[in-house]
Each structure stands twice: as structure tokens, then as C-alpha cells.
Design a protein around this ligand. Structure first.
Ligand code: HEC
Length: 254
């Protein structure tokens, strides 16, 4: 398992770029793979022990100001090292405008301006496709937990029509009992319990929008845009909302 040509090539590209000390420039690519691939971390975490994508994300956190030409070199390295396979095309290496702006910010060490961040967040919030309050209230945390635990989907080896998982554990702690979780995102332990004072329904809407398009509340979020990119369905997102807010869910157990 895991020694596929695609992954070997990707890992080799990473090693190569890392050797050149260009890790910061990869943030953009991690973002674009994540957005299109159902979470680059999700994808690699599920079958390759977090290898390639884990490296990409870790690289992002270590980023400091880099030269723009380093970034171009890293892009060239990625483009010549990844190969299209199955349902996974090289279009995943193409950045959208937000990824480009946020990557430039990372590369240059100059954060996007408050005005640009607000614009990105407003556009992302407008993209959220809202279900009815009744639909949202009918979430099931047990189903949500299965989605959070599943890293399947959007890899070349996955059947394209099979439902994808959210692989939330790749980046978040969601249960006091789970020992294996990533720390790219904040721990979500006690998420609903700590926000009990919010009016019923409001917290659900906040979390729904966050999962649907994380850029709606943080312009340069490293979290995949699960709803906006069609990775998860409205129903899956609703069940994840229940996982985070339901007092009975492991998230809210001590
Ligand atoms: C690639 C890593 C990654 C994955 C996968 C990921 N997240 Fe996140 N998440 C983050 C990061 C980084 C943040 C903090 C930045 C932000 O707010 O966008 C975050 C923030 C959040 C927040 C807001 C936390 C707060 O304190 O307000 C919620 C809720 C959340 N994630 C839920 C989820 C759920 C549910 C999933 C699975 C469907 C998921 N995340 C998958 C990286 C990830």
C-alpha cells in the first residue's frame, strides 16, 4: 500500500523542494490540493500515513518570508513531478484567486490587507448554500462522527462516485478518547459545551458556514472548503454540525 507512482513522485518532489529550503512556497499548493482533493491531508492521511500532504501542511506552518522566485521554482517542481491519474487531474495544482493572494501573503510575509480579507470573507459567506432550519436541526452526531473519521475520497484510487469523508481528525482533536489526531487546526474538544450561551440555532449556523466555506470567517484559512467545493453534501455537513454541538457527542464529553 502507498507505494504508488503518484505518491512516490509527490514525495520525491517534496524532498527535492525541501532540500532547497523552499517549504514556505508550498502552502499554496497544499491549499489547492486540499480544496480540490477533499483535503490534501485527508487524502494522504487515509492511505499513505499522512506522507505527502502532511509534509505540505507542516511546511506551511514553518513558513517565513521567501523570495518570489523560490515560489516559482517550487511551483515548477510540483508541476513537473505530479502526474494525472484516474479522476485526479493536474488542474488541482492551479490556484484560484484566494489561494494566490493568501500564498503570496505567506511567501512575502505580508498578510493580506484587512479590506481584502473582508472581501474574501464576504464572498465566501455569500457562497454558502443554506438548508432550512428544520433540516439543520435534524443532524445526527453519530453519522457526523463517521464522516469526521473518514479520510476516503477524491484520491485517484477512490471510485469517483463514492461519498467522501471529511477527515476532520487529520487536523483537529474531536474526542478525548482518540489518541491519533492532527494539530493543524485548533482542538475542537468541548466545542458546543463552551458555547452553550449562544441562542439555539445560531451556533449551528456558524458551524455550518465554517465547514461549508472556512474562508467565510477566516480569509486565508488552511481548512478545505468542504461544501463550496462539493466535497461533502449538505447532509454530511449537517451531521458534522451535530457532532460539534450536540451535548451527547464525544466532542462535548469531558
Ligand atoms: C487541512 C486541515 C483541516 C481539516 C482537514 C479540517 N480543518 Fe477545521 N480548521 C483548520 C484550521 C487551520 C482552522 C483554524 C483557522 C480557521 O478558523 O479557519 C480550522 C477551524 C475549524 C473550526 C473553527 C474553530 C473555532 O475555534 O472557531 C471548526 C468548527 C472546524 N475547523 C471544523 C472542522 C470539521 C468539522 C472538519 C471536517 C469536516 C475540519 N474542520 C477539517 C484546519 C482543518
Amino acid at each position: 500500500m502507498g507505494t504508488t507512482p503518484v505518491r512516490i513522485t509527490a514525495l520525491r518532489a517534496l524532498a527535492w523542494v525541501a532540500a532547497l529550503g523552499l517549504l514556505g512556497a508550498l502552502v499554496a499548493c497544499a491549499g489547492s490540493l486540499g480544496a480540490a482533493a477533499g483535503g490534501s491531508n485527508a487524502a494522504a492521511g487515509a492511505t499513505a500515513g499522512g506522507g505527502a500532504a502532511g509534509g505540505l501542511s507542516a511546511a506551511g506552518t514553518a513558513a517565513t518570508a521567501r523570495q518570489p522566485e523560490d515560489s516559482a521554482l517550487a511551483r515548477t517542481a510540483l508541476q513537473s513531478s505530479f502526474v494525472a491519474r484516474g479522476a485526479v487531474g493536474l488542474d488541482r495544482l492551479q490556484q484560484d484567486d484566494v489561494q494566490r493572494l493568501c500564498s503570496e501573503a505567506e511567501v512575502t510575509g505580508q498578510p493580506v490587507s484587512a479590506a481584502v480579507a473582508e472581501q474574501i470573507e464576504r464572498a465566501a459567506a455569500a457562497e454558502v448554500s443554506w438548508p432550512s432550519a428544520q433540516f439543520l436541526a435534524a443532524g445526527d452526531w453519530q453519522r457526523g462522527e463517521r464522516v469526521a473519521q473518514s479520510g476516503v475520497g477524491r484520491q485517484w484510487s477512490d471510485p469517483p462516485e463514492a461519498p467522501a469523508g471529511g477527515n476532520c481528525y487529520a487536523c483537529h482533536q474531536l474526542s478525548a478518547r482518540e489518541l491519533a489526531y492532527g494539530t493543524i487546526g485548533p482542538s475542537l474538544l468541548g466545542y458546543g459545551r463552551l458555547r452553550e450561551q449562544l441562542p439555539r440555532g445560531e451556533l449551528e449556523r456558524l458551524v455550518y458556514a465554517k465547514i461549508y466555506n472556512p474562508q467565510s470567517s477566516r480569509a486565508c484559512s488552511a481548512m478545505p472548503r468542504f461544501g463550496a467545493h462539493g466535497i461533502l453534501t449538505q447532509e454530511q455537513i449537517r451531521d458534522l454540525v451535530a457532532l460539534l454541538v450536540d451535548p451527547a457527542s464525544p466532542v462535548n464529553q469531558r
